[in-house]
Design a protein around this ligand. Structure first.
Ligand code: 7TS
Length: 411
């Protein structure tokens, strides 16, 4: 069991009041809050060893380089990557996926080829592939949903054909919380000689991820959703792929030798990290990983399952509520998406805000999925290690208040 009271003390922002009410932060799928340990790591870097990395001949530069590369090693261990060289730092999940679509995609996808996605993609695992397909004359196909809002994997072995080159999928849906069987999907892709990319933005923060067990080719996620700073993303890729892929961005640091005629590339992963990287935030991300490791990812997952079940149970008591995502808590992460009869999700969000409750309302960057569900958007509460059942109670009371407010308004 998590000691949530103790954890909450590490997050200064949780003492904040919003419109005179204690903040109830339930927008963790958008970004998480940051513990003191992460904020301190940023301050320590800027106050004591701020310097550029991989180039300095001075003490500060060496300290900063060591801390940056140590953070990479921690990220590798966190997802059980075989080595730190398989970890490329990007700005966010979005950039990690674009890197693959631009480099691997442009070299390996041609006219008439096919890219396989799912109907529950976040736009960041959709637009890069649509653009690649447009540029190359390839097509994008989608694995559909069953009524319980899990992926329809009936006949999975038949979805691949000789022209399928890439299968990309979310590990956990940000809009419905559905956990996808990525090990099975990546395994099936491999059996058919198809590459796999897992968008782990909503999984890496919330459960133990083992990229070798999943056996995918690429795995992408963002530091800011897992207690780390904004501006840092991770692309894990199999070593051989990184070796053979062309660089994404060109400039300093990613080269070995440059002449007026051309250039050769640095070793991996630096070949993919052109220019001065986000040194401070990568180092502070290392502190975020330490924090999560200290709690233990199995504990994080258990806490979220418990709080999600409680939220589903309490919200489910409201007779005019529609809940999205699978009912089985084994099959869902800490995201609860809902609609209340005829209320607009933005109206719900606005009333909740006045109660100090921060949620997201809208399409959650999954417009095709919303269309597939037949709604313009949903209200979404998303949980993390510092959320409590009492906060769920505040959420439920605020939803009741929203319903009452708008009912009276339109009566
Ligand atoms: N993939 C998934 C599944 C996501 O949930 C998100 C962000 C991204 C990719 C993109 O991450 P970024 O760090 O590159 O922006 N999801 C959300 C969300 O659900 N609400 O705000 C951002």
């Amino acid at each position: 069991m998590l000691d949530v009271a103790r954890i909450r003390k590490d997050f200064p922002i949780l003492d904040r009041m919003v419109y005179g009410k204690p903040l109830v932060y339930l927008d963790n799928a958008a970004t998480s809050q940051k513990p003191r340990q992460v904020i301190d790591a940023l301050v320590r870097y800027y106050e004591t060893y701020n310097a550029n990395i991989h180039r300095a001949v001075h003490c500060l530069g060496e300290e900063a380089t060591a801390a940056y590369e140590e953070a990479r090693a921690r990220v590798a261990a966190f997802i059980n990557a075989p080595s730190p060289e398989c970890i490329v730092f990007t700005r966010n999940t979005t950039e990690a996926i674009n890197l693959v679509a631009y480099t691997w995609g442009r070299a390996n996808v041609s006219e008439g080829d096919e890219i396989l996605l799912t109907e529950m993609e976040h736009h960041s695992n959709l637009i890069p592939w649509q653009r690649l397909a447009q540029d190359k004359g390839a097509t994008v196909r989608y694995i559909g949903l069953r009524d319980d809002q899990t992926l329809d994997l009936n006949g999975l072995e038949n979805v691949f054909d000789a022209r399928t080159k890439m299968m990309a999928m979310p590990h956990v849906s940000n809009s419905m919380g559905t956990i996808n069987p990525v090990e099975k999907l990546a395994g099936e892709a491999r059996r058919h000689g198809v590459m796999s990319l897992v968008d782990g933005a909503q999984a890496a923060p919330h459960m133990k991820v083992d990229v070798q067990a999943i056996n995918c080719d690429f795995y992408a996620f963002s530091a800011h959703k897992m207690l780390g700073p904004t501006g840092v993303g991770v692309l894990y890729a199999r070593r051989e792929l990184l070796e053979e892929m062309e660089p994404f961005l060109g400039g300093g640091e990613m080269i070995r030798k440059v002449t007026f005629e051309g250039a050769t590339w640095n070793d991996i992963p630096w070949k993919f990290e052109a220019g001065t990287p986000n040194i401070a935030d990568v180092i502070a991300f290392g502190a975020a990983i330490d924090y999560l490791n200290e709690i233990g990812m199995d504990e994080v997952r258990a806490h979220e399952m418990e709080i999600t079940e409680y939220a589903l149970q309490q919200l489910g008591k409201l007779d005019d509520i529609i809940l999205y995502g699978p009912r089985d808590s084994q099959q869902r992460g800490g995201v609860v998406s809902f609609n209340v009869a005829d209320l607009h999700p933005h109206d719900i969000g606005t009333v909740l805000d006045r109660h100090g409750v921060a949620i997201r309302a809208g399409h959650h960057c999954t417009q095709p999925l919303m269309r597939r569900l037949g709604v313009s958007g949903t209200a979404r509460a998303s949980f993390y290690i510092y959320n409590t059942p009492q906060e769920v109670d505040v959420l439920v009371e605020a939803v009741k208040a929203a319903r009452k407010f708008f009912r009276n308004d339109t009566a």
